[in-house]
Design a protein around this ligand. Structure first.
Ligand code: G4P
Length: 557
């Protein structure tokens, strides 16, 4: 049972503090680093658009005291129908840089929420952000259940075994049966679930949620909207007649049956299983009413992981290593077209990041220092002197950084797990202004470094092909090329179903494949072979005919 894990967590944290105290005598700096790591939680809230991600994020910030009024966090989603409204895109880009990382403290825990774009055309950006988090909270609309975007995002979490917690939202509206929802989450997201709270009805008859580990009931009354403290009633024993008085006999009986079923059907909550990404604790509530959010946050700070080791091509990096390592997972262009400078977001993986200290930018071999690195507390951005593993630092970039770039104190490391995903839409990009050839080439190059889309060069005719995950990106590219680089582009259609990276140990078969499929071959920006399958059938056929060739749908394999 979940409440059994609480003492375990307490023991773990006591052990950590004993270890911490002992180390303090040996090395003060080392100890401070360990303490800073232990108290950090870096995560993302992910959801299908409209499920309530922005609302939940805002309520979490309210609890942390990082903001004081509802409505302070702007939704960064680009509303449907706004696809050709460039001002809207620009406005959204401005909002999303402000809310890219939201840091706050709650009960001595430093929480970093990494924001993800709401619009599904920017899914690639979300995938990359997920490479920089240690855990994830998934928001699901209780009336709609698991939706397409949630499924896709969960696949990315699964690739990295990211621990996930689920918040079923909008219980104040008529929702699906909670057991059906739990089944749906298990089947659709392919993860075992364990409810840690359970709803008492939903919609107009929504009574509240029963907290399965604190053994209390959070009563839902309509006049408690937007407050941080809901009415909580301690229930030691749900068979007590007090329950019938509180929520009526009908719902009390229902709750008793439901809880019996939960305890009988679902396995006990084990933190290790959650940390391994195999078991998702589930909470129910209503974000807009700030209902069930405290339970989620309290449990989150207890069980969610602090920064975890990161993998590189050569070794694992432990957060407590003395020397700084970090990687860039996001680059944000400046809003002002007259300044092409960008902000690169670096996730600190180990050591302490210090302002004005020299670090090695591994890809270029250059030593660099940063005089004004920024950190993000709620909606404010400020210059910082130090940052610790789990933190995100904003670095001023004049165009020399790329997604995935590593910084160290001298070691030539390359972090792995920051893949590009196979795009879904493709177009030839052509120069529409012969006088601006150089500007166009530079613009395309920099936008690709930012990860806006992917560039492939056709082996057949040398033409440049842009691949994206959403149609909106083509408009963003065209607009930004013109406004930031003074270049004009034109799109031409190309019929491609999927781009996949190919490799093989059988050199002969690989050469044969490339010869036969010459018209469908391309190289990515690193010069790697990419097969552009024009239909799912031709892809399946190729896979069948060339069994020694491995077809990859992410760039990292
Ligand atoms: P997103 O970031 O996941 O896209 O979702 P967001 O938080 O923007 O929420 C989408 C809509 O759902 C918003 O309504 C929001 O108020 C509503 N919502 C969020 N949580 C709950 C809840 O617990 N219950 C109910 N009934 N609604 C909820 P909107 O009309 O699109 O925007 P707004 O005008 O209310 O801001």
């Amino acid at each position: 049972m979940f409440f059994k894990i609480l003492p375990i967590v307490a023991v773990i944290s006591t052990k950590i503090s004993i270890f911490a105290a002992a180390s303090k005598l040996i090395d003060k700096q080392d100890m401070t680093l360990q303490e800073e790591i232990t108290r950090r939680r870096t995560f993302a809230v992910i959801a299908h658009p409209d499920a309530g991600k922005t609302t939940l994020t805002e309520k979490l910030l309210l609890f942390g005291g990082a903001i004081h009024i509802a409505g302070a966090v702007k939704s960064n989603k680009i509303k449907k129908g706004a696809t050709s409204d460039f001002m809207e895109i620009e406005r959204q880009r401005g909002i999303s840089v402000a809310t890219s990382v939201m840091g706050f403290e709650y009960k001595d825990i430093k929480i970093n929420i990494l924001d993800t774009p709401g619009h599904e055309d920017f899914a690639e950006d979300t995938y990359r952000t997920l490479t920089a988090v240690d855990s994830v909270i998934i928001v699901i609309d209780g009336a709609k259940g698991v939706e397409s975007q949630t499924r896709k995002l969960m696949n990315v979490c699964r690739m990295r075994n990211t621990p996930v917690m689920v918040f079923v939202n909008k219980l104040d509206r008529p929702c699906k049966d909670p057991f059906d929802l739990l089944d749906e989450i298990e089947n659709e997201l392919q993860i075992r679930v364990r409810p840690l709270s359970f709803p008492i009805s939903s919609g107009p008859t929504f009574k509240g949620v029963y907290n399965l580990y604190e053994h209390n009931i959070n009563l839902f009354t309509s006049d408690e909207r937007q407050t941080a403290d809901a009415t909580t009633v301690q229930i030691e024993d749900i068979s007590s007649p007090e329950l019938d008085t509180l929520i009526s006999k009908r719902y009390a009986t229902q709750l008793r049956d439901d809880i019996e079923l939960v305890e009988g059907v679902y396995e006990q909550f084990e933190r290790e299983q959650y940390l391994a990404g195999r078991l998702a604790p589930v909470f129910f509530g209503s974000a807009v009413n700030n209902f069930g959010v405290r339970e989620l946050l309290e449990c989150f700070i207890r069980i969610a992981p602090s920064p975890r080791p990161s993998t590189t091509q050569t070794r694992n990096v432990e957060p407590a290593e003395q020397k700084l390592t970090g990687f860039i997972f996001k680059i944000h262009a400046n809003m002002d077209p007259n300044h092409r400078d960008r902000i690169a977001f670096m996730k600190i993986c180990s050591g302490v990041f210090e302002r004005n200290k020299n670090y090695l930018h591994v890809p270029s071999g250059k030593s660099m220092k940063f005089s004004s690195p920024t950190a993000f507390m709620a909606e404010k951005k400020s210059v910082i002197d130090f940052a610790y593993p789990g933190d995100i630092v904003g670095l001023h970039d004049t165009g020399s950084f790329k997604i995935g770039d590593t910084f160290t104190e001298g070691e030539k490391l390359k972090f792995t797990g920051i893949p590009s995903f196979s795009p879904e839409l493709f177009r030839y990009i052509e120069n529409a202004d012969p006088m601006k050839f150089k500007q166009l080439a530079k613009g395309i190059d920099q936008l690709m470094d930012e990860g806006v889309a992917q560039l492939f060069v056709s082996s057949l005719n040398g033409r440049k092909i842009i691949g994206t995950v959403g149609a909106l990106q083509f408009e963003v590219i065209e607009y930004r090329l013109e406004h930031e680089y003074g270049a004009k582009c034109r799109w031409e259609p190309i019929s491609i179903h999927k781009a996949c990276w190919i490799e093989s140990d059988n050199a002969e078969q690989l050469a044969d494949f490339k010869r036969r499929k010459h018209a469908n071959m391309a190289v990515d920006k690193h010069g790697r072979d990419v097969f552009l399958a024009d239909t799912s059938y031709s892809l399946a056929l190729a896979q069948e005919k060339f069994p020694d060739i491995r077809f990859h749908f992410t760039s990292e394999f």
